[in-house]
Unconditional design. Structure first.
Length: 64
């Protein structure tokens, strides 16, 4: 799922401590890859600040 990064998302992510990147996922292995075999390059960056325009949420994300 692709979500546009705007001020509302940034504020709500901070307020609710939104976890969405691989670093917070139970399926991330020690080598930094997805243990389920999914490509995870689009899911590694948890930073919503700066010039980022969108965030891509993984359909199998499971909070570690």
């Amino acid at each position: 799922m692709v979500i546009v990064v705007d001020d509302r998302l940034r504020e709500e992510a901070r307020r609710f401590k939104l976890a969405f990147a691989c670093v917070s996922c139970a399926w991330l292995d020690k080598a930094g890859a997805c243990a389920l075999g999914y490509p995870n390059a689009d899911h590694l960056d948890a930073n919503l600040d700066g010039s980022r325009r969108e965030v891509i949420f993984c359909k199998t994300f499971e909070l570690a």
